[in-house]
Design a protein around this ligand. Structure first.
Ligand code: RFL
Length: 396
């Protein structure tokens, strides 16, 4: 079999790319290690930037999202027993969309496979990439049913297989730089079967550690609690979780938290990495496969979509018109935004974690950073622009 493009990974990046290629009449196949049921239920992100949504909309991929997503216009910080709202829409004219990642993935699979007739193979095993430095690369995998190895020859490989995928390992070490940053902290990521406790995202900055509240749907709410890296979720029984959330998110006049059964409880070790360049020979990486951003500023899925838009347009440009400008500039165009978002995440991480660092100097400077957001309209506007990803960094 020979196809123009093989996409490894059916997350937001791979599926968006697949849809863009189908719309441009470029043939492709998506290889996914998990089952369709699994990827349509995997809970993760929920906050989408307006420009990511507009990018999906322009490509005919935002129908359900626009009908069902909530629009958020402000966020709230709680610190020193007070609540302070930051009205980011008033400051920038832009808002956030809240739409759970599994719903977006479900929409993208349906559009790609059911409506646009795209080829997607679930449950593939042991994906390997071959001859990437030639113009005849190939991808092989083991078939889930027969265990037999299949080979697909292609023109390009898109590595969209996330932070734990295999495509990144095909980059030769002497041609690739991997920059890493470890925050040295953990976040207990929780999903509660409970309606949101606030009409906006809430950040609790507390001497015990950070706590976060993010609506996902009218029935499900995501919470985060800072914890030691590598902590065991079993150390966090129901009562301890809710007591700690009440304390860290407590503030004068704050409505009580709506408690519920915890349906997900996992510890994330907070770290980032960036692979540069995001391409080698005929392999192009997109999304978490190329850059991981700890979910501090809710940027990962937004970056994955940005990459997919650029890569989809670049591959379609090359394969339909022979225009290679998009592919040549792909990595640099993505990395500009990636580094901007990494820097913002790092800035925000210090605000969240400084007060619990045990270092009174860091605690003092992080609280000064936080207060500045409410003392200076300029500082608040700069924060809002970065938080919403609305700064004029290139175009979509
Ligand atoms: P994905 O979503 O990880 O998809 C990769 C796909 O590749 C498959 N795969 C393989 N397939 C074939 N062969 C292999 N060897 C394979 N290895 C892996 C996987 O099964 C999977 O289906 O990567 P993609 O498309 O780059 O998308 C990235 C986003 O998923 C990620 O950045 C976000 O979830 C990050 N993130 C958030 N991002 C936001 O923009 N806003 C948020 O509010 C937000 N919240 C979060 C988050 C991530 C979280 N976790 C779990 C780290 C909250 C959490 C808790």
């Amino acid at each position: 079999q020979r196809l123009p493009v093989v996409i490894v990974g059916a997350g937001p990046a791979g599926l968006t790319l697949g849809n863009i290629l189908r719309a441009a009449s470029v043939d492709c196949v998506v290889l996914e290690a998990e089952s369709r049921e699994f990827i349509e239920r995997r809970p993760r992100a929920g906050v989408l930037e307006e420009r990511a949504v507009r990018g999906l909309e322009r490509r005919g991929l935002a129908g359900n999202l626009l009908a069902r997503a909530q629009r958020h216009t402000e966020c709230e910080f709680r610190f020193g027993g007070e609540r302070r709202r930051l009205p980011y829409t008033e400051l920038t004219g832009h808002h956030h969309f809240v739409y759970p990642q599994p719903l977006l993935v479900t929409d993208l699979v349906r559009e790609y496979a059911d409506l646009r007739g795209g080829d997607i193979r679930f449950g593939v095993r042991d994906v390997r990439l071959h001859d990437l430095d030639t113009d005849r690369p190939s991808v092989s995998y083991r078939c889930p049913e027969s265990g037999e190895r299949r080979v697909i020859r292609c023109d390009f490989v898109a590595g969209c297989d996330g932070a734990r995928g295999v495509t990144r390992t095909a980059l030769p070490p002497h041609r690739t730089r991997i920059a890493r940053h470890d925050y040295g902290i953990g976040w207990l990521a929780l999903l509660a079967e409970a309606p949101p406790s606030s009409d906006c995202v809430v950040f609790g900055v507390h001497p015990n550690g950070f706590a976060g509240h993010m609506a996902r749907s009218p029935e499900v709410t995501r919470y985060y609690l800072q914890c030691p890296p590598g902590d065991d979720p079993a150390n966090w029984p129901h009562e301890r979780v809710w007591a700690e959330l009440r304390q860290r998110l407590g503030a004068a006049d704050a409505p009580p938290l709506t408690e519920g059964r915890l349906i997900e409880k996992r510890v994330l070790d907070m770290h980032n990495h960036v692979v540069a360049p995001m391409a080698y020979g005929r392999l192009f990486l997109a999304g978490d496969a190329a850059h991981l951003t700890a979910p501090i500023a809710a940027k990962g899925m937004n970056l994955a979509l940005h990459d997919a838009f650029l890569l989809g347009d670049a591959l379609a440009g090359y394969l339909t018109r022979g225009d290679d400008d998009g592919l040549a500039g792909y990595s640099a165009a993505c990395l500009g935004r990636v580094w901007d978002y990494q820097e913002f995440s790092q800035w925000l991480a210090e605000v969240f974690h400084g007060p619990a660092s045990g270092d009174p100097f860091r605690a003092g400077t992080s609280l000064a950073r936080l207060r500045r957001l409410f003392d200076s309209r300029g500082a608040a506007s700069a924060f809002a622009e970065q938080y919403l990803g609305s700064s004029p960094l290139g175009s979509w």
